[in-house]
Design a protein around this ligand. Sequence first.
Ligand code: NDP
Length: 302
Amino acid sequence: MRVLIGGGSGFVGRELTRLLRNKGHQVTVISRQPGPGKITWGELESHGLPPCEGAVNLAGENLMNPLRWWNESYKKDLFSSRIDTTKTLAQAIAASSSPPHSWVLVSGVACYKPSLTAEYTEDHEWTPFDLFSNLVKEWEASALLPENVAKITKQVVIRSGLVLGRDGGAMKQMLPAFWLGLGGTLGSGTQPFPWVHASDLAGIIAHGLEPPTDPPSTSPQVFNGVAPALNTNYEFTKELGKVLRRPTVLPVPVIALNALMGSERAVVLSQGQKVIPKRTLEAGFQYKYPDLTSALKEIVGN
Ligand code: NDP
């Protein structure tokens, strides 16, 4: 299968590209920069969709970009880098004379309201309540295909938790502090910590790219891209300390997180949701790293 991946040069995209190539598929990345194996967003707009059987969008300005201060311009980029690229790819699919059989968008679990008790499956009906839930709403809406194309192209939305992996994302930023023995719980640590190993997220995306067995439904299939284990930030912190054999006794107060990251953004770490991958499991997806111990050992162990 030929797969087009928007933002495929990033952390999740590199993992997905490896997996798809190992399975014998061909990957073309859509990027802001030209290069081998890539097309640019401008080329996609001017030349239309290249021949492909699957398309994915993973493009987006990094939410934890350490080089950017939390302000209106950063927020605008977080929205436009996701919504404009998703819209561009959806429009190219819709305009194609031979659209792909599958179109996958990776969004986030920020659509579910942070709670210590509520458990969210994909069936949960939600309405936006803050900046990031509004982002998810607009992001997912921008992926929708017109009805005539949706009868041909299966639409999949994967709501990802925090992606844990060796090659990037949050772990890359957290590990130095934990190695130095300066890691600790964020706030009280009781907040849920929805996570997924990068390799499992790539597997869930690859699963979503498989050709539909029945004529596709005209609305997207939604899957929660999280591990089945429900953990808190405290459990994550303690497990990471254990795997690294480092103390984790210095909690980071929410007030410090808010000052450092901006309170609007800090909610992604200081609060959390219990997210259940009900449909992902029902679809038969087999996790390689269903629990924190196996995931963290693979990432930092040995
Ligand atoms: P990355 O931060 O690695 O970025 C992916 C790619 O997006 C980059 O390689 C870059 O490609 C492109 N990009 C970056 N900034 C911009 C911009 N301003 N405009 C257009 N394109 C841009 O993302 P991840 O791989 O970590 O995540 C993939 C997707 O999954 C993202 O949309 C993210 O929001 C979502 N997600 C990620 C989570 C995580 O924990 N990592 C959690 C939940 C959701 P290039 O330079 O080639 O143009």
